[in-house]
Design a protein around this ligand. Structure first.
Ligand code: DI6
Ligand code: FE
Length: 411
């Protein structure tokens, strides 16, 4: 049965702009958009009509960089940092990522699933319909598999599209202390082939940084991913400039993420490869960084810019993607329109999903959010909290805080 969603205004985000249609209608069939345009031009169909009462409709939001599956939390480190310790010092004394690795290894798959599910439901209620989830706190085959299976289970049990990224090259596990090259060989020769073969990996990521892996080690991971036909992404230029973003571009990476220390040449390389720049203002804010990502260079070179939560227990315990819109504008000086494109069309591209998601156009998934707001900039304006909305995924209402169509709200 067709549905006609009407009495709304739409920011379609086509081409990465608001691309507004006032007094619009959206005709959906099954999980897809069949037609979208001005209500007066809507095709005549026998269909269910849904009155959105003047709401603003945007594409479902896409959080394209999260570490949402993890054991424990690191609020103790947050306190230590406020007493003067740096992120690097905490990492050097066995805290940081290593402490989350211990907690994640100890947690059962079901316990990890339950804690991740609660976070994912919070994102969903706030308008997120596509979510990327990275592994990287297991750092051995059984525990990386456990994390990726949890990511798959989230996608199977919640009305969310979940992309699973293998970040086995996130940190050096204690068993491999001082043997980083051996660990990389294990990742390339055993972990990636097994996990890819099990269908658990949509993309491969690595952390390129002095306190993690060198560009040479990252390149070995990229070659292994390439051999299996899996696209790559990279944590690059977060704390220093190693030109990981240029390396990522050479491997046609879907995205390079963080990028505070990237250079103009890195931006040029990413532009010609079509690699998306994913900016993560939550981590910048939590670490009280001062080096800003070069947004003007990214604009000048025409690099698509996405924004994401980087949701993780250490550097970005960010439970709201909408809050990242605000931080992207206030800290990085993005416009609200750029910020919204950063969590819709450009975020879809950062996951290789821009053919089916990220903007509201005929043929794409009927994933959208109707917001009770006066104008789209409000999405970036309010600091957190919850905005009245109605989240539609594959043409079905999955959660609503305002309207009741007799459909069951998510519990
Ligand atoms: N960069 C990040 O922002 C996260 N990982 C990474 O490589 C932080 C992960 C953590 O501190 O637990
Ligand atoms: Fe990250």
């Amino acid at each position: 049965m067709n549905k006609l969603w009407q009495h709304c205004h739409v920011a379609t985000m086509t081409g990465g702009k608001y691309s507004i249609i006032e007094d619009a209608a959206i005709l959906t069939h099954g999980g897809r958009i069949e037609w979208i345009g001005p209500r007066v031009a809507a095709p005549e169909r026998d269909c269910e009509r849904i009155d959105l009462e003047g709401a603003w409709v945007t594409p479902g939001l896409i959080d394209c960089h999260t570490h949402l599956v993890f054991g424990g939390d690191r609020s103790g480190e947050f306190e230590a940092r406020l007493e003067g310790a740096s992120y690097a010092e905490i990492a050097a004394r066995g805290g940081g990522i290593a402490s989350t690795v211990r907690a994640t290894r100890e947690a059962s798959e079901d316990a990890l699933f339950e804690s991740a599910r609660a976070r994912a439901v919070g994102l969903l209620r706030d308008g997120v319909t596509v979510l990327e989830v990275k592994s990287g706190y297991g750092l051995d085959l059984a525990n990386e598999r456990k994390m990726l299976r949890v990511a798959r289970r989230l996608g199977e049990t919640l009305p969310l599209t979940v992309r699973a990224t293998c970040l086995a090259a996130h940190a050096l596990p204690p068993e491999y202390a001082n043997r980083a090259d051996d660990y990389i060989a294990f990742v390339c020769d055993e972990m990636l082939p097994a996990l890819i073969d099990e269908g658990l990996v949509d993309a491969v990521d690595a952390f390129c940084e002095h306190l993690a892996f060198s560009p040479q080690q990252v390149e070995r991971v990229f070659l292994a991913a390439q051999k299996h036909g899996v696209p790559v992404k990279l944590h690059a230029e977060q704390l220093s400039s190693l030109h990981g973003s240029t390396l990522a571009a050479r491997y046609q990476a879907l995205s390079a993420d963080h990028l505070e220390y990237m250079t103009d040449d890195d931006a040029a390389a990413m532009a010609s490869a079509g690699t998306v720049a994913v900016l993560l203002p939550g981590a910048f804010y939590m670490l009280r960084e001062t080096q800003l990502p070069p947004v003007d260079a990214l604009r000048r070179h025409g690099v698509p810019v996405a924004l994401a939560s980087d949701l993780n227990p250490g550097t970005s315990p960010a439970l709201s993607l909408r809050m990242m819109l605000n931080l992207g504008c206030t800290l990085f000086r993005l416009t609200p329109e750029e910020a919204l494109a950063g969590v819709t069309l450009h975020a879809a591209r950062a996951l290789g999903l821009h053919g089916s998601h990220g903007s509201l156009e005929a043929g794409k998934a009927a994933d959208f959010v109707a917001w009770k707001i006066g104008r789209p900039a409000e999405l970036a304006y309010w600091l957190g909290g919850s905005l009245p909305n109605c989240v539609v995924r594959n043409g079905e209402v999955v959660t609503t805080s305002v309207w009741q169509y007799g459909l069951t709200a998510l519990r």
